[in-house]
Design a protein around this ligand. Sequence first.
Ligand SMILES: [Zn+2]
Length: 207
Amino acid sequence: MAEKDQRVGRLTSQPHYRRAFVIGGLATLAGVLPRKSNALGNVVTPAHTDPTLWLQPRAVAVRNMDTGQRGDFVYWRDGEFVMAEYYALCALGLDHREHKAIQIDPRVFDLMFATQAWYFGATGKRTHHEMTSLYRTPKTNRIVGGAPGGGHPRGLAGDGRLNGVSVSVYAAMLRRFQAGGVGLYANHVHWDVGRKPAFWRGGSIER
Ligand SMILES: [Zn+2]
């Protein structure tokens, strides 16, 4: 247990920390509102274009499907990051094989917040993300066949589902934000930030 705590504790001491924090402070998704909506089944709602969305407290409910850990986090409110909650969220997104966590780019979480808020606006019900991967060490990334220069080892990507909608609807929701890459796989969606928008369809294994 001590070993585990120590490694999660790297969150605050890795050089990556400062870099990602600066990125997060300057370039969260605030203001990058979704484009005009196309049909998204039951998820169509004007609520996702609400200009006050990015002023609201950014809350996400998340389950890590590998560790079983789950939680509700408000990682940003009143114009500031709530660092303890943000770190807890990053820790939940650890590489469970090596038990290492790093600071994940907040835009990855912003997309989760925005799609959960969108879902709530459309259905009146709360939902949560079921995550199969956030951070991956380079070693784990090789083992699972992730792209060598991909977003997971850099804390720029997430894999998972939005509970209550199909993977194709969730991928379509993410693409509205034009925030980076979106990959539609058989059982999950991959999304990443910090690059030009891209979309691809994969099979059952992520490459
Ligand atoms: Zn991925």
